[in-house]
Design a protein around this ligand. Structure first.
Ligand SMILES: [Zn+2]
Length: 251
C-alpha cells in the first residue's frame, strides 16, 4: 500500500516544507488541500511555486476547493463558478505534475426527492465537463463519496458508482464517510477507484479520528492500494500510519 496524507494536517506550512516532511517520514503520496493559501487561481500566477515542486519523488494529488462551492447548486451562477474553479485546479495539477484531482459531488438542502434528482443531474453536467477537460490535459478527475446524510450526493455506493460513470471519471472513496452509511464494504467494490481517504469514526458521524480509534473494520484496509490519511493533526497522521503498517503486516 502506498500511503500519504492530506496537507490539512500541516495547514499553513509551505508546500516545500510539507514535501520535505513527507519524504523524511517515508510517505509516497501527498494530497494538497487547495483552500485558503493554496487557492488554485492564486497559485497559477505564482511561477516560483510551480518550479519549487519539481525535485520531489512524491506523487501529488490535489483536493479541489469545495468550501462555498457546489456543482449541484440550483443556481446557475454557483455552478458556473464551481466549474471554473474546478478547471483551474485541473490546470494547476497539469502545471505541477499532480496526477489526480479529487472534488465533491455537491449537496442540496431541500428534502424533496424531485429537487434532489434535479440537483444530481446538474452536478453530473457540471462535473462531466470538468472530467473532459482533465482528460484533455492528461490528468484524472475523481469524485469523492460523502457522509450518509440525505442532503449530500454520493451518500451510498450505488449512487457514487452511477455518478462517476455518468461523469466518466474516477472515484475517491473516503472510508470515514463510507463508514457512516452502514454500507462500507460495497464502496470497495466500485470500479475505477483512484485512491482512498483514510480516517476513522464511530459509524454515525464524520469525526476524522485516527485509524483504530473508531469502529472502522480495519481488515478492509487490505484492499487499499493508494491511501491518503485525512486528519487535521500530523501526530495523528503518523500514529495512523504506523497502525496501518502493523495491520497490513498481520493480514
Ligand atoms: Zn473531500
Amino acid at each position: 500500500m502506498k500511503l500519504g496524507f492530506s496537507t490539512l494536517a500541516l495547514f499553513m506550512k509551505s508546500l516545500e516544507e510539507m514535501l520535505k516532511i513527507a519524504s523524511k517520514d517515508g510517505f509516497q503520496l501527498i494530497e494538497i488541500l487547495c483552500e485558503g493559501p493554496y487557492w488554485p487561481r492564486r497559485l497559477l500566477e505564482n511561477k516560483s511555486f510551480i518550479e519549487s515542486l519539481e525535485s520531489y519523488d512524491v506523487e501529488l494529488f490535489l483536493h479541489a476547493p469545495t468550501i462555498d462551492l457546489n456543482p449541484a447548486s440550483i443556481n446557475q451562477g454557483i455552478r458556473e463558478e464551481t466549474k471554473k474553479q474546478t478547471m483551474e485546479t485541473i490546470e494547476l495539477a497539469y502545471n505541477i505534475g499532480a496526477t489526480t484531482i479529487t472534488t465533491h459531488p455537491g449537496l442540496i438542502h431541500r428534502k424533496e426527492e424531485r429537487i434532489r434528482n434535479m440537483a444530481l443531474e446538474f452536478a453530473k453536467e457540471t462535473l462531466k465537463d470538468c472530467s473532459i477537460y482533465a482528460e484533455d490535459l492528461g490528468v484524472k478527475l475523481s469524485i469523492e463519496n460523502m457522509p450518509g446524510r440525505y442532503s449530500y450526493l454520493c451518500n451510498n455506493p450505488r449512487e457514487h458508482e452511477e455518478f462517476i460513470k455518468a461523469c466518466e471519471c474516477s472515484a475517491t472513496v473516503d472510508i470515514g464517510h463510507a463508514n457512516t452509511t452502514g454500507d462500507l464494504e460495497n464502496f470497495f467494490k466500485i470500479e475505477n477507484i483512484a485512491y482512498y481517504h483514510i480516517n476513522d469514526n464511530n459509524g454515525k458521524k464524520d469525526e476524522h479520528l485516527p485509524v483504530g480509534e473508531g469502529n472502522l473494520n480495519l481488515k478492509l484496509l487490505k484492499n487499499v492500494k493508494k491511501g491518503i490519511i485525512e486528519l487535521n493533526n500530523y501526530e495523528n497522521v503518523l500514529k495512523s500510519k504506523s497502525r496501518i503498517k502493523k495491520l497490513i503486516e498481520k493480514l
